[in-house]
Design a protein around this ligand. Structure first.
Ligand code: PLP
Length: 456
């Protein structure tokens, strides 16, 4: 096992990537201007990069160009949302045609119905859908629906899991070790921006701990409206659920009348039929976003007709759901065009490529004798610089996203023509990518590790 931060202190300052920083004079200026008008010069923490981010001008296919004119391969794809890459011609044309007809109305459009029809026809556990504008909103609406349906106040979520910015799911999103509490009964750690009372209504579950999850669900069953689970949680390093773990959650929730919410905001890109399909698990509610908006802001709460009936203003209406831009026709049209291009063959190809890049990464680390654990599934991948067994959020402690090596790596990867994140070694694929781009990623990572003196 490696010490926290050991590799970073081993890096000589002159070896740190300088190309990206020195080349980016225009980005530096933009960031200085941003600092005057936005806190931290930023509007979205996941795009923050020290000393400043590379500002982008355009994207086409799997490549983006920054304000300096440097072109790079984009392995983030707006955090997994651009499954067809940038400026896909059909999506762009469809959006432009739609824009010319008017971008938003106080009346529904056919595109809303069509996208809902497409989603319900592909995913067996979705009968009804309602659109909103982000994954966070989708999660918020799903939690409200679960409370209204069950008449119970609490939800359960996994320690470390990210589900957007709603108070209740932000509980224990990234607690420090002195806040953790017992391994079998993690503490509910509330952000300073939320009321402290939020903690009482959130049960925090330890990922992959069968016994603790069973015990906690039973303990809170009278008050528990829902368990929310992302089948491939990025906040927990993309550590896979152990075999049988998601099944256990379904069985235990069902037994006690607790709803299961599958947060597929990111993981919907794993499968044509939805991320829970291959396990034959039927969640009661599913949250969607990212790829279904074709590059535009989107979210959707979906689920069984019975549970979704809480939104039905013509029936037993329990949950109010407005939203000025819900189901706006530009998003609906672009999402529809995107999803139509995502045929079963397109998913299969991307998922095979995902397998391949994970294998190549594993080989690259092994050849260099660098301890690493490769995680991810389908077209999403991550690598953790450790030989530790990775099972849950706590097992990531010490080399997860805050570690300085990842900022250095991100700079070096940018200098080598690859867009990644400073929050770990993470990436996702888009359909315009080929072997060439996968080679480029693995090669750039290998060179970056060498430049940073990380070979052992
Ligand atoms: C699993 C999951 N849920 C919810 C969200 C929030 O979605 P949005 O950023 O669209 O609000 C994200 C965003 O990355 C996510 O990955």
């Amino acid at each position: 096992m490696q010490d926290e931060g050991s590799s970073s202190t081993a890096i000589a300052p002159e070896k740190r990537a300088t190309a990206y920083r020195s080349e980016s004079a225009l980005s530096r200026k933009l960031y200085q201007r941003a600092g005057v008008v936005m806190p931290g010069g930023n509007t979205r923490h996941s795009t923050a990069l020290s000393p400043y981010p590379a500002y982008v001008i355009s994207g086409r296919g799997c490549r983006v160009m920054d304000v300096e004119g440097a072109e790079r391969i984009d392995f983030l794809n707006n955090y997994t949302s651009l499954i067809l890459g940038h400026a896909n011609p059909q999506v762009t044309q469809a959006a432009q045609r739609r824009m010319a007809l008017g971008a938003a109305f106080t009346m529904p459009t056919e595109a809303e119905v069509e996208l809902a029809e497409l989603l319900t026809s592909r995913v067996s556990y979705i009968d009804h859908v309602r659109f909103c504008n982000s994954g966070s909103e989708a999660v918020l609406m799903a939690v409200k629906a679960a409370r209204a349906f069950t008449g119970r106040p609490k939800i359960a979520k996994f320690e470390g899991a990210y589900h957007g910015v709603y108070d209740y799911v932000q509980v224990s999103e990234g607690p420090a070790p002195d806040q953790w509490g017992e391994p079998g009964a993690p503490a509910s750690v509330v952000d300073p921006g939320s009321a402290s009372s939020v903690a009482q209504d959130v049960v925090v579950l330890p990922w992959n701990n069968f016994e603790a999850c069973r015990t906690l669900i039973v303990k809170h069953k009278q008050e528990l409206a829902a368990v929310i689970v992302d089948p491939l949680p990025l906040g927990i390093g993309l550590i896979s659920p152990r075999p049988g773990f998601l099944e256990l959650l379904r069985e235990e929730t069902e037994r006690h009348g607790v709803l299961l919410i599958a947060d597929e905001v990111m993981s919907f890109r794993l499968s044509y039929h939805g991320a829970m399909h291959e396990l034959q698990i039927n969640p009661d509610l599913t949250t969607l976003a990212k790829i279904i908006g074709g590059g535009f802001p989107v979210g959707a709460v979906a689920g069984s007709a019975k549970v979704m009936s809480v939104f039905d203003h013509t029936g037993n209406w329990k949950v109010r759901h407005g939203g000025t831009f819900n189901a706006n026709p530009v998003t609906m049209t672009s999402g529809l065009e995107t999803m139509k291009q995502m045929t079963p063959e397109a998913y299969d190809r991307l998922n095979r490529m995902g397998e391949e890049i994970r294998e190549r990464l594993a080989r690259m680390f092994a050849d260099r004798r660098i301890p690493a654990k490769i995680c991810g599934k389908g077209s999403i991948f991550a690598a953790h610089l450790t030989d530790r067994d990775l099972v849950d959020f706590r097992s990531l402690h010490g080399f997860s996203r805050t570690r300085p090596i990842y900022t250095d790596l991100c700079h070096e990867m940018l200098a080598q023509g690859i867009v990644t994140t400073a929050r770990g070694i993470f990436g996702c694929l888009s359909t315009p990518m080929t072997e060439l781009e996968m080679d480029a990623f693995v090669g750039a990572l290998a060179r970056s590790l060498t430049v940073l003196g990380y070979n052992r």
